[in-house]
Design a protein around this ligand. Structure first.
Ligand SMILES: CC(C)(COP(=O)(O)OP(=O)(O)OC[C@H]1O[C@@H](n2cnc3c(N)ncnc32)[C@H](O)[C@@H]1OP(=O)(O)O)[C@@H](O)C(=O)NCCC(=O)NCCS
Length: 217
């Protein structure tokens, strides 16, 4: 079963997004609202396009894959590594939602989800490793692929001497704890009153301390 971690090419992004959809299913309001219809062919095509746009535009984003001995992509991750750079605040753009209300909700989800992370990027003056996404094809879970992708990023964080952060769900929390992350908070994404009855999105806000040397600036 040898697995290897490699950087994704553009051609890998449809499979990357397929794994996002398979792994998160409909368990996460963030994924469901930000990537509408992600379990349909059209939704997956749109998701892959958006991943591609991010890969092209964001120089701090690193898309990784785990391939098995048949070269099948079985897991993927996106690490955002900031080495002395505070990026502009990301914006949710595009026209993927069935109406304006859904788009507005998705924007609240997107902006609210990123509040702790953006604050930390600022506080660290852009010296931070953030695990933006980690997904393993359900068929291949519990075989060590997720851990390999976490360790890829923590090794970079250690080399740079920066902290690493992640917004964890219950499935990821134990893995991150084993890899040196600590829970600092349970965070619920705030949404305006008119959506009070809608499913909430929360996460464990986790941080892994930096190894010496300390961040450069
Ligand atoms: C969470 C996830 C990324 C873990 O990847 P994985 O390849 O299955 O994990 P690994 O085999 O590397 O397992 C490492 C450890 O993670 C923990 N873990 C993995 N899956 C778990 C689950 N379903 N429930 C609880 N703990 C889990 C365990 O501690 C496990 O160690 P163990 O098998 O020795 O007990 C994967 O299950 C997944 O994609 N889940 C759905 C999407 C998701 O939740 N992504 C993370 C968002 S924070």
């Amino acid at each position: 079963m040898p697995f290897t971690v490699e950087k994704c090419t553009e051609a890998d992004l449809p499979r990357f997004f397929e794994i996002v959809s398979l792994a998160f299913r409909h368990d996460h309001e963030y994924i469901d609202s930000v990537f509408p219809d992600h379990d349909t062919p059209a939704g997956r095509e749109a998701g892959a396009e958006r991943m591609l746009a991010t890969m092209k535009a964001d120089i701090n984003a690193i898309f990784l894959k785990v391939v098995n001995d048949e070269r099948k992509i079985i897991a993927a991750a996106k690490w955002n590594i900031y080495d002395g750079v505070v990026p502009p605040k990301p914006e949710l753009t595009g026209d993927y939602w069935k109406d304006g209300d859904e788009k507005e909700f998705a924007k609240h989800m997107f902006d609210g989800y990123l509040v702790p992370r953006c604050q930390d990027i600022k506080d660290s003056r852009g010296n931070l490793a953030t695990l933006d996404m980690l997904i393993v094809d359900p068929y291949y879970q519990r075989q060590g692929a997720g851990r390999m992708l976490v360790q890829w990023g923590t090794a970079v964080a250690d080399r740079l001497g920066v902290e690493a952060v992640v917004e964890a769900g219950d499935y990821g929390r134990g893995l991150y704890a084993q890899e040196g992350f600590e829970v600092l908070d349970k965070y619920e994404v705030p949404v305006p009153e008119k959506w009070a009855a809608r499913r909430k999105q929360w996460f464990w806000w986790m941080k892994r301390p930096a190894l010496a040397p300390a961040p450069k600036n």
